[in-house]
Design a protein around this ligand. Sequence first.
Ligand code: SAH
Length: 350
Amino acid sequence: MTKPLIHGLSRLELDEACKALGLPSYRAGQIWTWLYGQRVSDWAEMKNLPATLREVLACKFDIVSVLNQKLEGPPKGTRKILVGLRDGECVEEVLIPAGDRRTVCVSSQVGCRFACVFCASGKGGYVRNLDAGEMVGQVLLAWKEYGDRPSNIVFMGMGEPFDNTDAVLKAIRILNDPDGINIGARHMTVSTSGVIPGIERLAGEGIQVELSVSLHAPDDALRSRLMPVNRKYPLTELLAACRRYVAATKRIITFEYTLIRGVNDSRPQALALAKLLRPVSGRVNLIPLSPVEGFEGQAPTAGTAEMFIEVLGKTGINATTRLSKGTTIDAACGQLRMRAGGGDSRKTLE
Ligand code: SAH
């Protein structure tokens, strides 16, 4: 039987686990500091714990949740890590340095059930949810590779965060702990394909994380064709949920719109998008399509994003373009894993 991951425990759960072992209350604080202050990856390194206690903890919990299986990209540029998990599965994470920012794009699931036509993550289907400890593990791995604490976390890797909401929210709280990795909630972004129950849940959680909603089309017919999730949560209901979220949290939503040449990038579609978003008061992040195997779509021609920015701007909607920095290293969702043979290039963690 696999042991629980120590990095999947909240601070409170660690307190309780220590109490259950009959330990004095300061032990939990010591362990937390080793995990997130010193970031050790071996129980044996926790020098101020008695050796017998280290052995007990090692029997009860795993301390290594993820391994760097392969790293691609230039040292100071966007890099992608193929992350090996304990059961031999793998996911990917992306390190995106920009100025003072050290952003980490984290995966929340192995594979994905949502099957957006342009996304590599869904091509191999869904395998399993990640544990909170495996998401925290990805951030610790990024810290090691950056040589510094990551500043921003985006849940935009493989998977749909709101198909694994409990674990994603737990990971966010662990990452946010001021005595731990201490990443401010506003520096964490959850991106959803539009799963309404997840948006509603986040609205009631009282955490100040950023919310991104992947839209990619201004009408139901096209959106359902690109993103099957739209059949369950169509645009009118999705945008109503977004409005409720904004009213409840007073936060701004970012709508992601991947531009696909000749599919969703015309002027009338830009106008339709502006009309659709006007009542929500969000901003738009335009992403040029990163071509993927198995989808014939192409990136937009030069000037398309500028046209969208202009049309949306006239309606008072702020839009920006995300440079597809990862194109050369297959950094769009799921591409590295796909190239590595999906879940088939397995390597087991020791
Ligand atoms: N499941 C979440 C997180 C996924 S990835 C979601 O759907 O929001 C983050 C963003 O990258 C999403 O907007 C997704 O639609 C987009 N994306 C996926 N594949 C892409 C590709 N090949 N080119 C451009 N954007 C892509």
